[in-house]
Design a protein around this ligand. Structure first.
Ligand code: ADP
Length: 339
């Protein structure tokens, strides 16, 4: 990646340097021309007075000497100006070269980072897509080659394939959602009541919470409103609540609270779950990132949920952050501009 972009940055630096040097050469040529005109004018006026003095052999020889001296001084001055201009241009070329390269790197760095993120995303997506496909393929092949395959076994294989298909569907939905958030702009101007929205999100994760005996407690004052797209915001809170339930042990509590300041509405989702290591916290909003805790507990997911929540919240002009202590729990904080 760095190697491929090394060439464009050299090319761009070359272009910058070309522009600097063209300006510098043009400027130098003008300076040189003006200096020469001034010298000619100066040299011509001073000896002109002497040339008009009465003639005589002594005077003539003095005149010749003066003309020769004038010519020598003129050519010396011409050389000095030329040497100085060449020196100045060389310094500009060396300094300009370094400056151009630095500017080219700075110009290309964000493009390089976006390109790198894009490649990583494509690689991760392909890897995640390949795993269930490979599992389904090998299971189907083995089943087809087995002459003694019973109906019961065939149904088991189909059931397992169905599970893999379910994973693929979830993954492609996540990918589509991210692409949608990247490319389309929903109407973020509707007034959205936070208490109703949170209640709807809570209702959605309630069955999963009840299965683990987790209490979902809400502390949301009424009449808090933000401007946004209702279904997207609901989706973001569902992701946070779903994670809180998914990464919490049984018989714990998840608290969803909201507060408002003159400019913002802040919603906190606090759990007493497995928590996230400090070193992993800065990465959890990245696409496909799954912390060790999620992998080792073998919880379902692709590491796309928080990336989607992050994109939704930032599209609304808000911010999302997390605080966590491994083994003690996590708090996700969503801040949105008030209506
Ligand atoms: P996933 O599908 O893996 O849940 P997310 O993008 O929703 O993907 O979350 C990214 C990672 O952040 C998870 O894999 C998990 O390691 C960590 N995480 C998210 N929410 C919590 C939470 N409430 N408690 C502990 N870890 C969490």
């Amino acid at each position: 990646m760095n190697i491929t972009l090394h060439k464009p940055s050299t090319k761009l630096a070359g272009l910058y340097l070309g522009i600097i040097m063209t300006i510098s050469f043009f400027f130098s040529a003008t300076v040189y021309q003006l200096s020469m005109q001034e010298f000619t004018r100066g040299f011509n006026t001073a000896p002109g007075v002497i040339m008009q003095t009465p003639s005589g052999s002594l005077i003539t020889s003095l005149k010749d000497q003066l003309v020769a001296e004038r010519e020598r001084l003129y050519s010396e001055a011409q050389n000095r100006v030329l040497v100085r201009l060449i020196l100045t241009n060389s310094i500009i070329m060396i300094g300009g070269g370094f400056l151009s390269y630095y500017l080219a790197r700075r110009t290309l760095q964000p493009i390089e980072e976006a390109h790198e993120a894009q490649s990583r995303f494509t690689a991760d997506a392909s890897h995640e897509l390949r795993t269930p496909i490979a599992a389904m393929q090998s299971e189907t092949e083995v089943a087809l080659m087995d002459p003694k395959l019973t109906l019961k076994q065939a149904k088991q294989r189909l059931q397992s394939n169905l599970e893999e298909l379910g994973k693929l569907t979830a993954l492609s939905e996540g990918l589509l959602r991210l692409a949608q958030l990247d490319n389309t702009h929903a109407d973020y101007g509707q007034p959205v009541a936070i208490d109703t929205l949170i209640q709807q999100a809570v209702n959605r994760v309630l069955p999963a919470a009840e299965e683990k005996n987790i209490l979902l407690r809400t502390e949301i004052p009424e009449s808090m409103q933000v401007a946004g797209d209702e279904s997207s915001l609901r989706e973001a809170y569902i992701i946070l609540l779903d994670n809180a339930v998914k990464y919490s042990p049984e018989k714990t509590e998840v608290l969803i609270s909201a507060k408002q300041s003159p400019k913002h509405v802040t919603v906190r989702v606090q759990d007493h779950g497995i928590g996230i290591k400090a070193t992993e916290l800065p990465h959890i909003f990245e696409r496909f990132y799954r912390a060790d805790n999620a992998r080792s507990k073998q919880t379902k997911g692709y590491g796309l949920g928080l990336a989607i929540a992050h994109d939704i919240v930032t599209a609304h002009g808000g911010s999302i952050s997390a605080q966590s202590r491994p083994g003690q729990g996590s708090t996700f904080i969503v801040q949105l501009p008030k209506i």
